[in-house]
Design a protein around this ligand. Structure first.
Ligand code: KIV
Ligand code: ZN
Length: 522
């Protein structure tokens, strides 16, 4: 039988962005969308335009600037939502309106307060209304896995009759077992009389850790679109992870008899980008993209790997963009060597960015001698994701030790002013952050802080992720790297604070009205 091509529908920017604590700016969403297009996803669900003006504008920008994949926007089964989706998608070359309504009794009774007949009518009206704007309309039956299968099939029949070209079967609450989910997909494929006119799609959540297994069960049952997110981010425990699904389809292609069009070599880089921009680190033991995913620790495994990598490894890390190569600084490792290496890793940098990366590479290589591909990826992210530096960290001195009160001295440049303060804390990072807070007094609170090491050894580069929230609860992520963990923490905090300051400055369009703390050195 001929291999089936599985359509990869990425919803990192919609369901993924619904992860608690994640909030991406318009330019960050665009950057992720461009990377998803490079990765080769077929559909990018860019957002839920009716949610806010900002969301609508971000979807519109992606629709205008990202070419290749179909750009989709989510809408409830209402004219207002569909109008917003249609407006946001208007510049897209290829667009899809994705409309949905819940079909489980519990949702219809308590959330929608609608009868089955009303839901059927709303489905018909929403899909036919969406078809006025595009020929590509997806319909989802929210909470499909807890719906009465006969009713679900009826709703899908009506949706297809009204013009839906894709019907999606969400396991909204991550409840189904793989064999049950596969059975439901089979039921839909066998019982919906006009199913041959639509693509069947799977969409699974990970509440019981089965999102990927359920998605694969759905594909085995005949679904030909899979909805997923980078790093599996999403509402609650998240969605099915794109990299795991793609790796499974790649690794077990003969059994599954299908393939995707994903450029697997860009998976690691895409995962990194999403992790940095969302401020959500990837757990080290995560399949395919975790820092330990391809590492072998035990002697027996290492011995086997040296004799034949197939003894303990089923995936070639290089195929997923994970490389162990190092650039050793010497008289031959100049700008050209770095440029070639970055190109090989898939980075497209302009001259200014390359200059900055080269400068940072030299600084790092002086401290570390060997700079790995992982170090380079972190370095490039650090350079590319610097916010406009309204506040520049000019000097810091942090003291900690046994029997000492941790303290920090920080000097920050703000326009022509030099701000200087000292402070103490319960630890060195607490002292540092409290001292920075004396100088940058825009109201905010730290909501998340995490450190991870890029590679092994005490000279490894440390990556720090922070998230801060302003008074309205808007979140700003920060990222910093250095071989010095405290310096990385300072950079990450300054990065987030500069984003916050930039957003406040844009609101007021008067940067000199920004809050500035006491200015001992001015
Ligand atoms: O999980 C879900 O039900 C959804 C739908 C809106 C597709 O995300
Ligand atoms: Zn979902």
């Amino acid at each position: 039988m001929k291999e089936r091509r599985i359509i990869v529908f990425d919803t990192t920017l919609r369901d993924g962005e619904q992860s608690p604590g994640v909030s991406l700016s318009e330019s960050e969403k665009l950057e992720i969308a461009i990377q998803l297009a490079r990765l080769g996803v077929d559909v990018i669900e860019a957002g839920f335009p009716v949610a806010s003006k900002g969301e609508l504008e971000a979807v519109k920008r992606i629709a205008k600037e990202v070419k290749g994949p179909v750009i989709a926007a989510l809408a409830r089964a209402s004219e207002e939502d569909i109008n917003a989706a249609a407006e946001a998608l208007s510049p897209a070359e290829r667009k899809r309106i994705h409309t949905f309504i819940a079909t489980s009794d519990i949702h219809m009774q308590y959330k929608l307060k609608k009868s089955r007949d009303e839901v059927i009518e709303m489905t018909r009206e929403a899909v036919s209304y969406a078809r006025k704007f595009t020929d590509d309309v997806e319909f989802s039956a929210e909470d499909a896995t807890r719906s009465d299968p006969d009713f679900l099939c009826k709703v899908f029949e009506v949706a297809i009759d009204a013009g839906a070209t894709t019907i999606n079967i969400p396991d909204t609450v991550g409840y189904a077992l793989p064999h049950e989910y596969g059975e439901l997909v089979r039921t839909v494929m066998n019982k919906v009389p006009n199913i041959d006119r639509a693509v069947v799609s799977v969409h699974c959540h990970d509440d019981l850790g089965m999102a990927v297994a359920n998605s694969i069960a759905g594909i085995i049952a005949g679904a030909s679109q899979v909805e997923c997110t980078i790093n599996g981010i999403g509402e609650r425990a998240g969605n099915a992870s794109l990299e795991e699904i793609v790796a499974i389809i790649y690794c077990r292609q003969k059994v599954l008899n299908c393939y995707t069009s994903i450029n697997t070599e860009l998976i690691s880089r895409t995962s990194n980008l999403v992790s940095i921009l969302t401020g959500m680190p990837v757990q080290p033991n995560k399949a395919v993209v975790g820092a330990n995913a391809f590492k072998h620790e035990s002697g027996i495994h290492q011995h086997g790997m040296l004799s034949n990598p197939l003894t303990y490894s089923i995936l070639d890390p290089k195929l997923f963009g994970v490389t162990e190569e190092v650039i050793v600084l010497g008289k031959h490792s100049g700008r050209h060597a770095l440029e070639m290496r970055l190109q090989k890793l898939g980075y497209e940098l302009n001259k200014g960015q390359l200059d900055q990366v080269f400068k940072r590479f030299k600084e790092l290589a002086e401290k570390k001698r060997e700079v790995t591909d992982m170090d380079l990826a972190a370095l490039v992210s650090d350079v590319l994701h610097t916010a406009p530096e309204i506040y520049q960290l000019d000097y810091m001195h942090v003291v900690s030790g046994k029997g000492t009160v941790p303290s920090a001295t920080v000097r920050i440049q703000f326009g022509d002013e030099i701000l200087l303060a000292t402070g103490t804390g319960v630890g060195p990072i607490d002292a540092l952050y409290k001292t920075i807070d004396k100088l940058i007094t825009i109201p905010h609170r730290l909501v998340d802080f995490s450190v991870r090491s890029v590679g092994p050894g005490t000279d490894a580069v440390a990556e720090v992720f922070v998230r801060i929230a302003d008074e309205e609860g808007n979140l700003f992520g920060g990222y910093g790297i250095s071989t010095d963990t405290i310096e990385a923490a300072a950079k990450a905090y300054m990065h987030a604070l500069n984003k916050l300051a930039h957003s406040k400055a844009q609101q007021k369009s008067k940067p000199n009205q920004l809050a500035v703390g006491s200015c001992a050195g001015a």
